[in-house]
Design a protein around this ligand. Structure first.
Ligand SMILES: *[C@@H]1O[C@H](CO)[C@@H](O)[C@H](O)[C@H]1NC(C)=O
Ligand SMILES: *[C@@H]1O[C@H](CO)[C@@H](O)[C@H](O)[C@H]1NC(C)=O
Length: 603
């Protein structure tokens, strides 16, 4: 479906190549999550059941710094009394680490169904080798961290205020976008109002400025939720959403007191039309990766979806522009009309300021705070949090689609790589079988690629970190050795991280460009690239439960013949949770999302 190439990494393969370093820790824990990359100190922070770990990214073999942050016996006992904890949930699962100031981090855990938060001293610099809890200090994590370790939460600490998408109660039924701490008013989404949030699963949160006016700054968050229209039959049961609020929203004065007055949401659409004209919808949002660009107002949003339901397995990656997202928020509001409850575009008068506009911003310089919004504007927002138009992906179609396969994608990171013939987007996609696919998207229009200036010439130290319930693994992005020693194999791999150097397939950087280096990401044509090196490509397809004769006549005695095959392997339903984390020296990026994977081998 897409002009792309992928490489699957199985857990067995991950373990036996030298490029890979599995970490093992001596203490008894589980449920690892990569929670934060500390750029200042070159550290990677992991959270797990009752432990926090700081790894040195420049020297991962160095002994990690470890904090034990257990639940008290008293709390554990109380938790067990409530009937929770059948599966060991009466423990402190660390779910959030955010940078607080130069020397301290702020961390929260589930605290055996009583969320708690604390400060962690990380020292001034990595050489201080400091990583410890601030003694005697803990505070409530309500509205910051979920009670139930299986419920995802997202958080962003901005100017001392913590914005969190979280379940606020013990029963896990009251989900909210919550602001706590810092100098601003405590504000949340309307409680138990399914028009605002309907059993949401929070995926990603990020501040994205809308203009050069700081008062216009908004927080965008991505989630999926249950559809309100379940009766129709045709409408999907789950919908993907992008939502936003103004950072300077202080809530309303008479109504929506301590509630967002700027909350809006819109649907994200990701679908393909098959040859038969049937549209396949991908609605189950799984992960979001926000790729920064030189314009901080316009990062690129990569979203990973799967089909809802269990019958048909399909996954897709769609890409959205902030311009398209903003256009939808500037468009008509959704309105339930008449007795048949049809959603229509609201065509009546829209109050001033237009709901979703920030106080004191470009269009509302005279309005000091959201408490000065007119009752009419506040009441309109309360009843109309949903935009009428959905956001469509760039080119109106997915970048990557997988259907008719036995696996689903579950996690995503994106890297940009500069190769001989241009810049490539490389997608790393975690699957529910515990493998990682590296997908290279070939440019459709080279001229649009050239607009991007080189930000990153040195890609040498890039690493992919993969965490799962079972542990953490570090994978070099330059796994060129796996393509073999032959020029043709290296060329056919079409991996922009690799080039044939005359002897073997090795890491490619623009900095070490040499004429003898052979790489052809765009066409993968070994006959052109490896002239004189006897390249030959043969593709044959096998059908299960039948036999295929594989024939290839090497043209020279020096040639090696290598058959690669991909086959559905054993299926073993071990449920795992996996996260991916991509680290680049220049542009660190973090994403966190829980997914279920099974670990099995491939090929
Ligand atoms: C590790 O911790 C789990 C959960 O607390 C416990 O059930 C298990 O017995 C522990 N294992 C060891 C080897 O201590
Ligand atoms: C950082 O915050 C902690 C906790 O509030 C405080 O104790 C510490 O002094 C602060 N450090 C700096 C450098 O401001």
């Amino acid at each position: 479906v897409c002009p792309c190439i992928f490489v699957s990494l199985s857990s067995a393969e991950l373990l036996d190549t030298r490029a890979v370093r599995p970490f093992s820790f001596s203490f008894n824990t589980s449920d690892y999550r990569i929670l934060l990359m500390d750029q200042d100190q070159g550290r990677l922070y992991l959270g797990s059941r009752e432990y926090l770990v700081a790894l040195d990214m420049h020297n991962v073999n160095k002994e990690p710094l470890i904090i034990h942050w257990p639940t008290s016996d008293k709390r554990r006992g109380e938790c067990r009394m409530t009937g929770k904890g059948g599966q060991g949930e009466c423990a402190n699962f660390v779910r959030m680490i955010e940078p607080w100031n130069r020397t301290h981090l702020y961390a929260c855990g589930t605290g055996a169904y009583q969320p708690i938060c604390t400060f962690i001293n990380r020292g001034w610099k990595a050489e201080d080798y400091v990583f410890r809890l601030v003694p005697g200090f803990t505070e409530s994590g309500k509205g910051k961290c979920s009670y139930d370790p299986s419920q995802e939460n997202i958080a962003a600490l901005i100017d001392g205020n913590l914005y969190a998408g979280v379940h606020v109660d013990f029963m896990g039924t009251d989900a909210a976008l919550f602001r706590t701490m810092g100098g601003r008013t405590t504000v949340r989404t309307e409680q138990y109002d399914s028009k605002w949030l309907n059993e949401p699963v929070f995926i990603q949160i990020q501040q994205i400025p809308d203009s050069s006016e700081r008062n216009d700054d908004k927080l965008y968050f991505f989630f999926r939720e249950k559809s309100l229209d379940t009766g129709g039959g045709a409408s999907p049961s789950v919908l993907a959403r992008v939502g936003r609020v103004c950072l300077n929203d202080e809530g309303g004065q008479k109504s929506l007191v301590n509630r967002w007055t700027t909350f809006l949401k819109a649907r994200l659409v990701c679908s393909v039309i098959g040859d038969d004209g049937v549209e396949t919808l991908f609605d189950e949002l799984r992960d979001v990766f926000i790729q920064p660009t030189q314009d901080e107002r316009n990062p690129v949003v990569y979203a990973l979806f799967t089909t809802a339901g269990s019958v048909f397995k399909g996954s897709a990656v769609c890409v959205y522009s902030m311009a398209d997202i903003r256009n939808v928020f500037n468009g008509p509001f959704s309105h339930k009309h008449g007795h048949n409850y049809q959603w229509t575009a609201y065509t009546g008068k829209i109050p001033y300021p237009r709901p979703g506009t920030c106080p004191g911003g470009t269009f509302t310089p005279g309005i000091r705070t959201s408490k000065d919004f007119s009752d009419e504007a506040v009441n309109f927002m309360r009843a109309h949090p949903l935009m009428y138009h959905p956001v469509y992906p760039i080119h109106r179609r997915p970048l990557v689609v997988r259907t008719g396969v036995e696996y689903r994608f579950t996690a995503l990171v994106v890297d940009q790589v500069d190769a001989v013939d241009g810049r490539y987007e490389v997608l790393f996609l975690g699957t529910d079988r515990g493998t990682v696919q590296k997908v290279i998207v070939l440019p459709k229009d080279p001229s649009t690629m050239e607009e991007l200036t080189l930000e990153e010439v040195e890609v040498f130290r890039q690493q992919l970190y993969v965490s799962s319930e079972a542990g953490l693994t570090q994978v070099s992005l330059h796994r060129c050795g796996v393509y073999g020693r032959a020029c043709s194999d290296c060329c056919l791999a079409r991996d922009p991280y690799c080039a044939w150097d005359g002897e073997s397939c090795s890491a490619f950087t623009l900095a070490t460009k040499r004429r003898s280096r052979r790489q052809d990401v765009k066409h993968g044509d070994p006959l052109r690239q490896c002239r004189g090196f006897n390249a030959k490509e043969t593709v044959q397809f096998g059908v299960e439960a039948s036999s295929t004769f594989l024939e290839c006549q090497p043209r020279s005695p020096q040639a090696t013949v290598k058959w690669l095959y991909q086959r559905e392997g054993r299926r073993k339903a071990v449920r795992r949770k996996m996260h991916l984390f991509l680290l680049s020296e220049k542009r660190p990026v973090l994403f966190k999302y829980q997914i279920h994977t099974t670990f099995i081998g491939y090929t």
